[in-house]
Design a protein around this ligand. Structure first.
Ligand code: CA2
Length: 148
């Protein structure tokens, strides 16, 4: 059985999940989300490597390291979604199928969250479904990879 290898990236402040702002981001911790992702990955015959970082360059390095290691990327870039040309360029450079996810619906929130620098270089975006955004994103990515 051939397992798909996927890099899951969580951006800045997502390590605080479950501890603050449960009204916006839900009450699950990042560890709980990661466990749900691992369970979903098992069903989808995928192997996940998961990283959270509060540092833009670490996320960029992880994306560069994808080549030869992983077939796709699932990313919640957090606030870097709205600021980072560097992350966008890294995703474009490795040219691996990438799905962007957000817990909250970024289009229902402040104007500055309505623009994503990475949206134009990903295959799709899922926003607003809490932890389901991640699980749906993983399903969409594995489906896409199984066709290619
Ligand atoms: O909705 C999402 O998933 C976001 O990517 C979350 C980012 C935000 O900047 C994006 O606009 C949308 C923020 C993550 C911060 O997570 C926290 C968790 C608990 C307490 C405080 C922040």
């Amino acid at each position: 059985m051939h397992l798909l290898s996927i890099l899951v990236l969580h951006g800045p402040n997502l390590n605080l999940l479950g501890q603050r702002e449960p009204g916006i981001y839900g009450s699950l911790t990042l560890d709980e989300i990661n466990r749900l992702l691992q369970a979903e990955a098992k069903k989808l015959q995928a192997k996940l490597t998961i990283l959270q970082s509060n540092h833009e360059g670490i996320l960029v390095d992880a994306i560069h390291g994808c080549l030869e290691q992983h077939q796709g990327i699932l990313i919640n870039a957090g606030a870097y979604t709205h600021t980072s040309v560097a992350l966008r360029d890294a995703i474009a450079a490795v040219n691996l199928p990438t799905v962007e996810v957000h817990l909250s619906n970024i289009y229902r929130r402040e104007d500055f969250r309505h623009h994503s620098y990475i949206a134009p270089v990903v295959i799709g975006q899922i926003s607003g479904f809490g932890v389901q955004s991640y699980l749906l994103g993983l399903q969409a990515l594995t489906h896409h990879l199984s066709l290619s």
